[in-house]
Design a binder for this molecule. Structure first.
Ligand code: NAI
Length: 338
């Protein structure tokens, strides 16, 4: 193939190409658990994100294949793969954003809390690496149970002396994505035009959609409120059961993770008014962590918005959510302090 041979032989072309790659503006992003069900489509979508200049893919298995595959996409981000614990530090050094979908997913009949024993240790190890190699990075934590893994990460960072609550965000975006979809179905409108705040946490009754604050303004019957709240809270289980043992949400989660990561990168870049729901260190309630709308800026979480006026139904839901959240948060904290 003469044209291709010419290009490869032309050293000025390849040098120019290298310079362009090395100097591309953008953020350095690492994905930990990149070879998994979420990790692979998430890596694919982040390779397409124009705000990313360098993409590090880390996992304990299969990253050479995933990296080789994704690196052939003709988008700007330079992709590098890292395999196994000895390469974790290289994967993390210099990163601006670290996205963590590492860990086991649910099977039918399991709650997210059933994953605690395995995933708590994984998150602890990864966060120790972050504290050492990129303590200023913004963290998007996806591994379940998020209600406990975010407190675990906070404790690891506190121990290491690197904790910055503005930079640690538990990803609850999939609950928002589902809420927007299901509400749009009921209203008969385009889901892209719908904005449903979802607060609390990321498991069962801790997922609290604020249907009284849906934009565009609308009202629901009490049947619709019951149906929507139940479907949003159990959306994950709907997927787990449909997959019948093959895992939990991966594709919609990768979509949600990228939507959230993109918001974080736009915030870090200095864009105004980047607001998303996330599970963060918070004073919105008496609990140390809570999910609500937050503004993301150059240093991570800039501002945490109060819940706003709640309906009676939501006030009851909030009390239930807080009860379960308190236990899950404490479980995460105790895992590190013990
Ligand atoms: P998966 O099992 O397909 O992939 C997990 C990946 O993590 C695997 O490739 C595995 O090798 C890797 N891994 C395991 N230990 C690791 C370590 N020490 N370091 C780096 N990588 C490691 O699971 P899937 O479906 O991708 O789910 C991942 C996690 O995301 C689960 O905990 C799941 O519950 C959670 N999840 C969270 C959601 C959310 O809304 N926050 C939604 C859906 C899933």
């Amino acid at each position: 193939h003469p044209p291709k041979l010419q290009m490869e032989a032309n050293s000025s072309w390849s040098q120019a190409n290298c310079r362009a790659k090395g100097g591309a503006p953008g953020f350095k992003v690492a994905i930990l658990g990149a070879a998994g069900g979420i990790g692979q489509p998430l890596s694919l979508l982040m390779k397409m994100n124009p705000l990313v200049s360098v993409l590090h893919l880390y996992d304990v298995v299969n990253t050479p294949g995933v990296t080789a595959d994704i690196s052939h996409m003709d988008t700007g981000a330079v992709v590098r793969g890292f395999l196994g614990a000895p390469q974790l530090e290289d994967a993390l050094t210099g990163m601006d954003l670290v996205i963590i979908p590492a860990g086991v997913p649910r099977k039918p009949g399991m709650t997210r809390d059933d994953l605690f024993n395995i995933n708590a240790g994984i998150v602890k190890t990864l966060c120790e690496g972050i504290a050492k190699c990129c303590p200023r990075a913004v963290i998007n934590l996806i591994s379940n149970p998020v209600n406990s893994t975010v407190p675990i990460a906070a404790e690891v960072f506190k121990k290491a002396g690197t904790y910055d609550p503005k930079r640690l965000l538990g990803v609850t975006m999939l609950d928002v994505v589902r809420a927007n979809t299901f509400v749009a179905e009921v209203l008969g409108v385009d889901p892209r035009d719908v904005d449903v705040p979802v607060v609390g946490g990321h498991a069962g009754v801790t997922i609290l959609p604020l249907l009284s604050q849906v934009k565009p303004a609308c009202s629901f019957t009490s049947e619709e409120i019951n149906y929507l709240t139940d479907r949003i809270q159990n959306g994950g289980t709907e997927v787990v059961e449909a997959k019948a043992g093959a895992g939990s949400a991966t594709l919609s989660m990768a979509y949600a993770a990228v939507k959230f990561a993109d918001a974080c990168l736009r915030g870090l870049r200095g864009d105004a008014a980047v607001v998303e729901c996330a599970f963060v260190a918070s004073q919105v309630t008496e609990l140390p962590f809570f999910a609500s709308k937050v503004k993301i800026g150059r240093n991570g979480v800039d501002e945490i918005y109060p819940l706003g006026p709640l309906s009676e139904y939501e006030r009851v839901g909030l009390e239930k959510a807080k009860k379960e959240l308190a236990v899950s948060i404490q479980k995460g904290i105790s895992f590190i302090r013990k």
